[in-house]
Design a protein around this ligand. Structure first.
Ligand code: NIG
Ligand code: FE
Length: 407
């Protein structure tokens, strides 16, 4: 590197800055100048700071649309095996809940994940993470929850950390041991919660493996009271919480997440008006997961209009997992959020950038403004709405991570 003031300068770009609360913040003939991996300037080329064009690298975007790199704020990307067989069963009419009650579902991924070594889990997750990156993702959340016992839960979280290191992306880890009841604790859910609170979570946290704590609050998983016990432990350890809330029924999950100042309540199809209000009050993000909605052939739509009215930020994520959402494109999740939930393409883009950042407790990314991380996506489209309009195809031209163009 020379001693020029800028590491990289992007020129001839069409910027969707997402600055402010509404609109794409479009700037034609735009430029971005970066130093030390951060955006120093994002605006019209005519206002570029002096010497920006002397940057170590000048990248001519040729008119390409540039957005913040995408952020997938809800995934279960690390797991053993897959559940294509259950997919076939569901096509024959067996429900997700029936499969779970018969010992399949999450439990079958638990068996396969427990049987897999750390290297095997890493090797199987890598191509899935790369697929997400090919569609613009530079920040990724990954949950545990297919171990449900000490060693495998920690192994999953270590794999998540390693994925971030190997790929050079940001990975935020979420502890989800309260995902399902392991066979060792059959009929003893409260004892399992005690084990999580007294041993598993404190140990995982002490090893620096936990950025946030999640639970599956649902009639086929854990009650609000059991969930609250996990959240109390998280609070005592100084860890933020998020929640699989109100996916299949209304258990007051949105309000419960809000009560603990949760970063997010996720799924939220059955979330009540009272929960929406509680989320609005505490700043809890609603994370929409249209992939699971599609694959489970759900019909109950999340209360989008109420979220809008109460200004609850809506994020969009893949929920990439082997059961309910084998979806490896955040851009496709954005498209599905528009088609199924009638989000506007602008809402979907904010949902996969600035609002997703907030759902992860990150305030250093998700918009193209000075002071934010230079995680950028360059697209071969002109209109931002095209990001949601095309259902597949390689629209990504270039991913830039902390000011470094990839590949
Ligand atoms: O987000 N809802 C619970 N957890 C996952 C499904 C996990 C699975 O079926 O393996 C979800 O949809
Ligand atoms: Fe999930």
């Amino acid at each position: 590197m020379t001693d020029s003031a800028f590491d990289i300068c992007l020129i001839n770009a069409r910027l969707a800055t997402l600055d402010g609360d509404a609109g794409y913040g479009l700037i034609d003939d735009g430029a971005i100048a970066c130093r030390y991996g951060m955006i120093v300037f994002a605006g019209p080329m005519s206002a570029l700071p002096p010497h920006a064009l002397d940057a170590d690298q000048v990248l001519d975007c040729g008119g390409a649309l540039v957005t913040p790199a995408l952020i997938d704020c809800h995934t279960h990307l690390v797991f053993g095996g897959n559940r294509a067989g259950e997919f076939e069963q569901r096509l024959e009419g067996v429900s997700y809940e029936d499969i779970a009650r018969a010992g399949g579902g999450i439990a079958s991924s638990v068996r396969a994940t427990r049987a897999a070594s750390e290297d095997e889990l890493l090797a199987s997750a890598l191509p899935r993470a790369r697929a997400l990156m090919r569609d613009g993702v530079a920040t990724l959340e990954i949950k545990s929850g297919y171990g449900l016992e000490h060693d495998t839960e920690l192994r999953m979280l270590r794999v998540a950390r390693r994925l971030g290191q190997v790929l050079g992306i940001t990975v935020k880890t979420t502890f989800l041991a309260a995902h399902a009841l392991p066979p060792e604790y059959a009929d003893r859910p409260d004892d399992y919660i005690t084990f999580i609170c007294n041993e598993l979570l404190p140990d995982a946290a002490a090893q620096g493996l936990v950025d946030a704590v999640d639970a599956f609050c649902e009639r086929i998983a854990f009650t609000p009271e059991q969930t609250a016990r996990v959240f109390e432990t998280a609070r005592a350890l100084g860890l933020p919480v998020k929640l699989h809330a109100d996916q299949l029924s209304d258990s007051g999950g949105g309000a419960l997440a809000a009560l603990f100042d949760g970063l997010s309540a996720d799924h939220v199809e059955h979330t009540s008006q009272a929960s929406v209000e509680a989320m609005a009050q505490r700043g809890t993000v609603a994370v929409l997961l249209p992939g699971a909605f599609l694959c489970l052939r759900e019909t109950k739509l999340p209360p989008i209009e109420a979220f809008r009215r109460h200004r609850v930020p809506m994020a969009v994520a893949t929920d990439a997992n082997p059961g309910t959402s084998p979806l490896l494109s955040l851009r496709l999740a954005m498209a599905l959020a528009c088609i199924q939930f009638r989000l506007t393409p602008e809402e979907a883009l904010r949902g996969a950038t600035c609002h997703a950042a907030r759902a992860l407790g990150l305030n250093d990314r998700g918009r193209l403004v000075a002071g934010q991380r230079a995680d950028l996506a360059l697209w071969q489209v002109h209109e931002p709405a095209e990001l949601c309009y095309w259902l597949a195809g390689d629209l990504l031209k270039q991913l830039v991570i902390a000011g470094h163009p990839l590949g």
